[in-house]
Write a protein that binds this ligand. Structure first.
Ligand SMILES: Nc1ncnc2c1ncn2[C@@H]1O[C@H](COP(=O)(O)OP(=O)(O)O)[C@@H](O)[C@H]1O
Ligand SMILES: [Mg+2]
Length: 246
């Protein structure tokens, strides 16, 4: 099947979304642009989109196997993911298994403190307002979501966390935290969209404790792309590697 890539309908900071000849599908293009601090720090990292799309595709496949609804249809080729077209919900749903990042700046948690059960934090996805943290009442009062759907999102997020954490740990990767976005498909189902990659997750090498994610870029360190490649090589099986010639 050949897929006609049509008009660009959304150009984000790191990805683009294109129409296709199927009104219910889009192509999500993973670009090499990388940003941090709400776009304050910017760069272009050759091949980043390639690796992020492969990592995302693998993690969406793992979730689909666990019967979690995702946007994922297929990776047309590295960088281009055929996806269900979603009406995105402007929430950034963050799950925290281990204390890191902004949580340590804002609250007196101990670095690497573990959370059992995990913490779910929901931010308002808004460049204009700087992605402020919400609580349930504010999210509902803003009309971003209702109570029933918020409950579904939280329950689904906990399932996603469990499936991904178990999978990643089996591959030697710790999963301190991650950010996901949901949207509605044509039938009104709540579906996991966007991406699951080192741009949007913390991944730590279980053995060496090395950071394998965008924190390297935030901290101005070298080896960002090597870390992303390492995540791919740790989570992909031989069949995947053969398919993508890596
Ligand atoms: N399946 C989908 N259908 C429609 N829009 C999507 C889908 N998945 C992700 N998006 C949206 O596309 C954009 C992805 O580009 P990105 O560079 O991450 O944007 P942003 O700068 O807004 O984070 C996001 O706004 C995201 O909400
Ligand atoms: Mg984004």
């Amino acid at each position: 099947m050949t897929i006609e890539i049509g008009t660009l309908i959304y150009q984000g900071k790191a990805k683009g979304v294109y129409e296709t000849d199927d009104p219910q599908k889009v192509v999500v293009e993973f670009r090499d642009d990388i940003t941090a601090g709400n776009g304050a720090k910017k760069d272009n990292l050759s091949e980043k989109g390639f690796w992020n799309s492969i990592i995302s595709a693998k993690l969406f496949e793992i979730l689909e196997e666990a019967r979690i609804r995702t946007q994922y249809v297929e990776l047309i080729k590295p960088g281009l993911m055929l996806s269900k077209k979603l009406e995105m919900i402007p929430l950034e749903v963050i799950t925290r298994n281990i204390a890191a990042g902004s949580l340590l700046k804002r609250y007196p948690f101990e670095p690497k403190q573990t959370f059992e059960p995990p913490i779910i934090q929901i931010d308002y996805k808004s460049d204009e307002y700087g992605d402020p943290m919400l609580n349930d009442d504010i999210a509902i009062a803003l009309g971003l979501i209702d109570e029933y759907r918020l409950k579904i999102i939280k329950e689904t997020t906990l399932r996603i966390n469990k499936v991904l954490k178990d999978f990643l740990e089996s591959k030697g990767i710790l999963f301190p935290d991650f950010k996901i976005e949901f949207g509605y498909d044509a039938d009104g189902n709540i579906v996991l969209g966007d991406e699951i990659s080192p741009d949007t997750c913390r991944f730590w090498d279980m053995e060496t404790c090395d950071t394998l994610d965008k924190d390297l870029f935030r901290q101005g360190e070298s080896g960002v792309l090597d870390a992303y490649k390492k995540v791919a090589s740790m989570i992909l099986d031989d069949e995947d590697k053969e398919k993508w010639n890596i």
